[in-house]
Design a binder for this molecule. Structure first.
Ligand code: ATR
Length: 277
């Protein structure tokens, strides 16, 4: 990577940020497309986040991604918030406007949907209700995406019911909350795990797939391991499954395009490169 004095700059602000795959992901595209630009890991402690965010336009940055634990604070600090980010309650992408003001967007919802569309091309929002496990930040993006795409009903199940109720109230639309003890997959056309269960180092997600329709799609936003226990179990009984790495890849597309001016392509070469860490 050789940069000129006019190189476009972006990066990811997180704390810690060392585990982030975004520099590798955006770096792959920059090199593939031969773009005069850089995407940097930006380790920013929570106490310094506001200062760091306000410095971005002053340092000539085109924008940045925001990750844990700054996504909610970013929503409060930016000058302009897109409606999807406001409903989700979090910003993951910053774009600096020509006047130096900072726009906050959330691309997780569209990343989730693009991954689902590419991984299960036959799935249509109108196929039937979706069952979403979890009610954290990721669940908010997933539920917003499903409601906005026209899924007739989204059922949210979470260990802490109050969090699921707050999600339903904030996102709006046909969202119903069920206690975990009443989880029933009968009738679901789509099942999504947004909890951290099944992730390396976490307990397995224990769900009885027995009543799930054979043509239902199962997807997991956990991507380490790529084939979670849930996906292995669903695939074994013939359900279509979509793994979680694509959500990370697809959510990066709009930011890259806004900062570097060209729309990047998501393909298996990129996927393999990002997974090889
Ligand atoms: P993210 O932003 O990735 O969604 P999060 O906000 O910490 O992360 O949310 C994690 C989700 O996993 C939550 O739905 C959480 O349930 P609670 O709201 O009840 O905390 C869920 N989760 C994490 N560990 C869990 C466990 N051991 N059993 C059930 N759910 C769990």
């Amino acid at each position: 990577m050789i940069l000129s004095g006019k190189a476009r700059l972006a990066g990811v602000m997180g704390w810690p940020v060392g585990h982030s795959r975004s520099p590798r992901l955006h770096g792959f595209w920059l090199e593939r497309m031969n773009i005069d630009g850089a995407y940097l890991p930006l380790p920013v402690a929570p106490d310094h986040f506001e200062q760091a965010l306000r410095a971005l336009p002053k340092l000539g940055f085109a924008g940045a991604n925001v990750t844990v634990p700054h996504k909610e604070q970013a929503l409060r600090l930016v000058d302009h918030v897109d409606p999807v980010a406001a409903r989700i309650g979090a910003v993951n992408t910053l774009v600096i406007r020509p006047d130096g003001s900072i726009e906050g967007r959330n691309t997780d919802a569209c990343g989730f949907l693009e991954n689902l569309r590419h991984g299960a091309p036959d799935w249509k929002p109108g196929d039937g209700p979706a069952m979403v496990l979890g009610a954290g930040g990721a669940a908010r993006a997933v539920v917003a995406a499903l409601v906005d795409s026209g899924v007739p009903e989204v059922v949210v199940v979470n260990r802490s019911p109050a969090r699921a109720e707050a999600l339903a109230a904030d996102i709006g639309g046909p969202v119903r909350v069920l206690p975990w003890s009443e989880l029933d997959l009968n009738g679901a056309a789509l099942m999504v795990n947004t909890t951290s269960l099944g992730m390396t180092g976490q307990p397995e997600l224990q769900v009885d797939l027995g009543r799930l329709a054979p043509d239902a799609v199962v997807t997991d936003i956990v991507y380490a391991p790529l084939m979670t226990g849930l996906l292995i179990g669903a695939a074994a009984r013939g359900n279509r499954v979509v793994d979680g790495i694509g959500m990370l890849l697809w959510q990066a597309v709009p930011g890259f395009e806004a900062w570097f001016g060209q729309r990047p392509v998501v393909d298996t070469q990129l996927r393999d490169f990002v997974l090889a860490t």
